[in-house]
Design a binder for this molecule. Structure first.
Ligand SMILES: Nc1ncnc2c1ncn2[C@@H]1O[C@H](COP(=O)(O)OP(=O)(O)O)[C@@H](O)[C@H]1O
Ligand SMILES: [Mg+2]
Length: 233
């Protein structure tokens, strides 16, 4: 049974200008489903409609089509970590407010290579971008969500930290069976955490398949282009 079932999702934005108004079809007739414990990568260039899908699933914007979520809680990790933390409270205080279980918080900090004793005492503005982003990820895991929407959660991190965070997410997925929509413009990062991948272009699904299918036998030219754009090391 699917945890999340999205059928024929379409989102249209109206941009009202002074002399005219234009409609932007950000998402066109997109369908997919997600099983419990599964990670679906939503991949595409900037402007392809990925964030809009996430916002529709969260119920933040009007949409056409059907979104069926069979869980209780969705939590999200967004691109802008500073905006989503409380500016005046210490990290320790704001995390304990979510779950009064310091041991659990400490373990997650260890997993994401952060020193709880030092970082916990600080306020968001006193952290580096990479530290803040990891705190956001930890926070979104604390309330035991049924579904996580991760919208470019690691795009602002440098390469070494990216690998750390991807590794931690993969371990958490294996241990707790996280269900996640992993939104990214970077096909390479999906390789470490995703079970399936949906490739988007101009609001439409280009192709969907298992990680292996997409990486070893992509059917569509656009997917091949994305694969070829990955730097070879
Ligand atoms: N609130 C909005 N109002 C008008 N247009 C929007 C709005 N949000 C997104 N769009 C447009 O919808 C399209 C898809 O955007 P988005 O979902 O943010 O893409 P992505 O996350 O893949 O970069 C883009 O053309 C974008 O300009
Ligand atoms: Mg986006």
């Amino acid at each position: 049974m699917a945890l999340l079932e999205v059928k024929n999702l379409s989102v249209t934005f109206k941009n009202d200008g002074i002399f005219s108004s234009e409609e932007v079809k950000a998402v066109k007739n997109v369908s997919f489903s997600l099983k419990k414990g599964e990670v679906l990568g939503i991949v595409g260039q900037s402007g392809s409609g990925k964030t809009t899908i996430g916002r529709a699933v969260l119920g933040l914007i009007p949409y056409e089509g059907k979104i069926d979520f069979k869980g209780n809680r969705i939590s999200c990790m967004f691109q802008d970590p500073l905006a989503s933390l409380h500016p005046y409270l210490s990290i320790r205080k704001q995390l304990l407010d979510i779950v009064p279980d310091e041991e659990r918080i400490r373990n997650l900090f260890k997993k994401f290579n952060l020193d709880y004793e030092i970082i916990g005492k600080k306020k968001p503005s006193q952290l580096s971008g990479g530290q803040r982003q990891r705190v956001i990820i930890i926070r979104s895991l604390l309330n035991e969500p049924d579904l996580i929407i991760a919208d470019e959660p690691i795009s602002m991190l440098d390469v070494t930290l990216k690998m750390w965070v991807l590794k931690a997410l993969r371990e958490l997925k294996e241990t707790y069976g996280l269900s996640m929509l992993f939104i990214t413009h970077d096909l390479l990062t999906t390789k470490y955490v995703c079970d399936r991948i949906m490739v988007m272009k101009d609001g439409e699904v280009v192709e969907e398949g298992t990680l292996e299918e997409i990486f070893t036998s992509p059917k569509k030219g656009y997917t091949k282009e994305l694969l070829e754009a990955i730097p070879k090391v």
